[in-house]
Design a protein around this ligand. Structure first.
Ligand code: ATP
Length: 592
């Protein structure tokens, strides 16, 4: 069983009181790191950190202002483990009042925990089962029931993870790669990590974080899903202070960097350029389109790939080992109940080896999907393990539970419930949104919109679909719908997420309520069908409709007989379609 200190558990760390070594104030352990940041800036003279040096007093006297009270929560992994600043675990316990941070809390989040409301995300524990190479035996590190119920199929502490713990991706971080040598010499350049969901972008960033911690480099994370431009400015301001006063470097990790719009991305540019921050961005989208060209040219793009099945098996086996699950060899059919007896109150959990292979295969290179699928399968089996005995009329819980191939398939389906940006769910949801607006159901329209945006969909993708809908389904019944959609698109482009969500919501409700007409859409389809079905060469443009800029053309009869409509007070009787299509009305029916 793994033992973790109170600083590992956000709940415990709230209860655990520690004393600030600078101002001696007592506060919950969870607050100590954010408090220390400010305290060191405000009280440089009393700073215990050896690197601080005496010059800080004069710097403060020069008017170094304290970080704004509105400063958003930021994560800083190096601060959590600075050698000279006692961590919560190292500090003595005691009673005390709340920290002086005005209610601002800074707690460590678990690995896949959602970002804090401000968008700041703390460097979480990083799941690495350091134990050996994972074979297919199942090591039984901690009871599967407890571990799965605790909410993770990943092993718990990944705090010390290093590159060797990173599975696969040899093209990006293999032995001979540039990135590996840069990491080994601790020369981290600005990077863009580009790859499909769950392939390990964030994981790699955390490995870099662990590496930089050793060299007292600050590592701050923001998620572009929630962070606002002010959050970025705060990070930059603090990075400038850290650089000039403490000669400390800052690495800023931005998850889903493509969700920052171009002007938000511009905020980093000068600071990346002058070395105030080293930027590491993670994105599932092609950076050539989603990242500012100027910013991109200052970053190395590391392309990560979908994890191959073998790598997925290794990752799953690590989790299985760490959860204490036993793997059953299907080539040697045995009754799991005949395995060694289990005296503990926790059931022994077994998994078929083919279930592991299936999970690895079906996860499609997405380790998160695989691990979530495993976790849900374990939980589902544990919850349904009570057996009713007809003879005694009692229910009892068997001491052994078997996870089959079907269980993992179900687990995988459930873990994909939310939203799969890159897969079928993406198309299902946009189709449901389109149909709900067409059906004038404003609630359903908003629901599908929110489901996509909350699931991490690119707002510009939704906006583009709205532009299309404006003409396809509303058309001339309300021509201003198109203006609304284009405005929403541009608004999203200007302000990005999360602010632009309400623009899309407004547009979606407008469209759901708007009158609908497919008149133009179907007429145009009729024209296209006419062209497609035409046999032989297309009919020539009638001579009277042709322009005649030269004498020769006039001589050839171009423009001859054309009636210039503004010259007539009554409707003009004139043909505009080619001869053979005379009388065709594409608005009434398809005639070709
Ligand atoms: N190469 C890897 N080695 C070990 N574990 C991995 C690897 N890739 C992913 N994982 C595991 O899979 C889970 C998801 O990985 P991670 O969050 O790094 O993916 P991501 O590429 O950042 O995904 P997204 O784009 O959806 O944010 C983590 O729990 C991590 O432990």
């Amino acid at each position: 069983m793994e033992v973790s200190g109170p600083e590992d558990d956000p709940f415990l760390s709230q209860l655990h009181q520690v004393q600030c070594p600078v101002c001696q104030q007592m506060m919950p352990a969870a607050h100590i790191n954010s408090h220390l940041d400010r305290c060191l800036l405000l009280n440089p003279a009393s700073n215990a950190e050896p690197a601080a040096g005496p010059h800080r007093v004069s710097e403060r006297a020069k008017g170094l202002s304290p970080p704004s009270a509105k400063r958003r929560r930021l994560s800083e992994s190096s601060a959590l483990k600075q050698p000279a600043t006692p961590t919560a675990a190292e500090s003595s316990e005691g009673e005390g009042e709340e920290g002086d941070d005005g209610g601002e809390t800074e707690s460590r989040e678990s690995y896949d925990a959602p970002p804090t409301p401000s968008g700041a995300r703390l460097i979480p524990d990083f799941p690495v089962a350091r134990s050996s190479s994972p074979g297919r035996k199942g090591s039984g590190k901690r009871p599967a029931a407890a571990a799965a119920a605790a909410g993770s199929a990943s092993p718990r502490s990944w705090d010390e993870a290093e590159l060797q713990d990173y599975i696969g991706q040899s093209r990006a971080v293999g032995q001979e790669t540039l990135l590996r040598s840069l990491l080994e010499t601790n020369e981290i350049p600005s990077l863009i990590l580009w790859g499909p969901p769950g392939c390990g972008k964030t994981t790699l960033a955390h490995i870099i974080a662990n590496n930089s911690k050793k060299h007292s480099i600050r590592f701050v994370t923001l998620s572009a899903t929630n962070a606002k431009t002010n959050d970025v400015r705060d990070v930059i301001k603090q990075a400038q202070n850290e650089k000039s006063f403490f000669k400390r470097k800052t690495i800023l990790f931005i998850d889903e960097i493509h969700r920052f719009n171009k002007s938000q991305q511009d905020t980093f540019l000068p600071h990346v350029e002058c070395g105030t921050i080293t930027l590491i961005g993670a994105t599932t989208e092609n950076p050539s389109f989603q990242v500012n060209a100027a910013l991109l040219s200052r970053c190395r793009v590391i392309v990560l790939e979908k994890l191959p099945v073998e790598a997925m098996v290794t990752i799953l086996m690590r989790a299985i080992n760490s959860l204490g699950i036993h793997v059953l060899d299907s080539s040697r059919p045995t009754d799991p109940l005949s395995h060694s007896s289990n005296s503990s109150s926790e059931p022994s959990v077994f998994i078929e080896d083919k279930a592991v292979d299936t999970l690895a295969y079906l996860s499609d290179g997405d380790a998160r999907a695989g691990l979530n699928g495993l976790q849900l399968a374990v939980l589902a089996r544990l919850c349904s393990r009570k057996i009713f005995c007809k003879k005694s009329g009692q229910t009892y819980s068997p001491s052994r539970v078997l996870i089959s191939e079907n269980d993992v398939k179900e687990g995988l389906q459930k873990s994909h419930i939310l939203y799969d940006r890159a897969g079928e769910e993406h198309y299902n949801c946009i189709s449901a949104l389109h149909k709900s607006m067409r059906g004038s159901d404003q609630s359903a329209s908003l629901y599908w919109l929110a489901r996509m945006l909350e699931g991490g969909e690119d707002p510009l993708y939704v906006a583009r679909r709205l532009v299309r809908f404006a003409s396809e389904d509303i058309g001339l019944a309300d021509p201003s719908a198109l203006t609304q959609a284009v405005a929403a698109y541009q608004g999203c482009h200007f302000i990005g997420m999360p602010e632009c969500e309400v623009l899309l919501a407004q547009c979606v409700v407008y469209f759901a309520r708007a009158p609908k007409s497919i008149e133009v859409y179907s007429a145009y389809n009729n024209v296209k069908a006419c062209l497609r079905n035409h046999q032989g060469p297309l009919p020539p443009v009638p001579l009277h409709l042709r322009n005649a800029p030269t004498r020769l053309m006039k001589d050839l009869g171009y423009g001859k007989g054309y009636k210039y409509n503004p010259m007539y007070s009554e409707p003009v009787d004139q043909e505009y379609l080619p001869e053979e299509l005379r009388g065709v009305d594409f608005f009434k029916q398809r005639r070709c």
